[in-house]
Design a protein around this ligand. Structure first.
Ligand code: ZN
Length: 283
């Protein structure tokens, strides 16, 4: 496993961690100043901005984009909406290309409103991903499916385990070309009894595109917005980082913390300093 001590260049800040308190250009400067090697911006931060210019600023600041967040949801209750979602994702993939993003993060969506047909939603995800994969490949943007914790199956993502995500990758890209793979987020997968085995499999299939770290707090007060800082919860982060790196992952260790009532109330500089300290001491 890589030693992160004095190696923040191996680490990335997902901008959600900073609570979107500053415009993207200030965030880029702050992340670079704090010594990190990469950044993972969100689409909401690029609204009204030129992706090309933001990408240039990121490179000029000495950073690269470890991942661009994130897809709009794929399942829809009619064809028009389905295709509108596809078009929206195509535009986001174009921006990911301008940013030079190492991957475009796919949070695939859950059940369409009023539906109980989970199998149909998953089929739509497959079909939508197949269309997007063609576009993404033409722009050289790898698609990283992020399996979400099953508690989000209804409203955020009906792809919920690494095994399920890898089956989808196999169906979409049997030749293992590197065009579709995984964003592995500790918050979503830490509990999975198959975690080590599936990470090993994903590495063999060259599908490890992203690794997001945070911690699981006990108790957790909000299932979306109460993620913990690394070291404050129950996830054995070095154990899992060792597994993913043994499996061949050599990309950024990306901090992604949604924390409405705690970290998002603090100054970006304090959040970044704490991330830096914890990455080097408990990850
Ligand atoms: Zn994530």
């Amino acid at each position: 496993m890589r030693d992160l001590n004095k190696r923040l260049d191996l680490c990335s800040i997902n901008t959600a961690t900073l609570g979107y308190q500053q415009p993207i250009h200030e965030t880029i400067e702050a992340v670079a100043r704090a010594g990190f090697g990469a950044i993972a911006p969100w689409r909401r931060e690029l609204e009204g901005e030129s992706a090309k210019q933001v990408g240039r600023h990121i490179r000029d600041a000495g950073l690269f984009v470890s991942g661009y967040c994130r897809s709009s949801y794929i399942p829809a209750d009619n064809e028009t909406q389905f295709m509108a979602g596809i078009d929206d994702n195509r535009r986001a993939i174009d921006d990911a290309a301008e940013l030079g993003a190492r991957c475009f993060v796919m949070v695939v969506g859950g059940l369409p409103a009023g539906s109980k047909d989970l199998a149909a939603a998953r089929q739509q995800v497959h079909d939508g991903m197949a269309i997007l994969l063609e576009h993404a490949s033409s722009r050289d943007v790898p698609l990283a499916i992020e399996p979400l914790h099953p508690m989000y199956a209804a409203d955020r993502a009906c792809i919920n385990t690494l095994d399920q995500a890898l089956e989808l990758c196999d169906a979409l890209d049997p030749s293992e070309s590197g065009s579709v793979g995984l964003a592995v987020d500790l918050y979503h997968v830490w509990w999975d009894p198959q975690l080590e085995a599936q990470l090993t499999r994903a590495g063999k299939e060259k599908r490890l595109f992203g690794f997001h770290v945070c911690d699981w707090l006990v108790p957790t007060h909000d299932m979306l917005l109460d993620r913990g800082m690394m070291g404050d919860g129950v996830i054995d982060i070095p154990l899992i980082r060792n597994w993913i790196e043994q499996a061949g992952y050599a990309g950024s260790v990306e901090v992604e913390i949604f924390s409405r009532d705690d970290w998002w109330k603090r100054q970006p500089a304090e959040i970044l300093a704490t991330c830096a300290e914890r990455l080097q001491s408990v990850c």
